[in-house]
Design a protein around this ligand. Sequence first.
Ligand code: SF4
Ligand code: SF4
Length: 159
Amino acid sequence: MKNTDYSKMYEKIFRIIGDLTPLKADCGKLCGCACCKGDENTGMRLFPFEETTLPVKELPNGVRLVVCSGSCHRNDRPLACRIFPFFPTVDEKGRVFVEADFRGARLCPLITHSDEIIFDKRFFKALKKAGKVLVKDDLCRQFLMEATEEIDTYSAFLK
Ligand code: SF4
Ligand code: SF4
């Protein structure tokens, strides 16, 4: 995708994902919303050129983290929060898959108990579709590839 209009691209992705979540029920009841318990040093990573109205911390390596107070309006959630604990991984040919994001395995019971849980298939379909939009942009594709490598590393340790 040349000269990506990132704002339009993320609008499209948010539309694709809509209100879908991995479970039809509120998984926050399982864990006391563990993934929303950030502090000023942890947070959810923004995707390339993703804008947000929430506070952002920029790390020396350029990584931008949403540093929230543990609650937000649903519509303000960054993409990482909308898709956690899953991620659109890519292979070297740019094919998109949806995998558990093992970077969050210590936090999220949906990853550690995934065999016992019935997920909403529509969420996975939507996330794959969103991944196919992201992969068309060179920067996002690079971002997905780096994240895929990290996820594979975590998963190799934990499986
Ligand atoms: S940590 Fe996992 S189970 Fe808990 S609210 Fe976040 S996504 Fe849901
Ligand atoms: S931005 Fe919202 S959904 Fe994301 S971690 Fe913070 S409170 Fe949770």
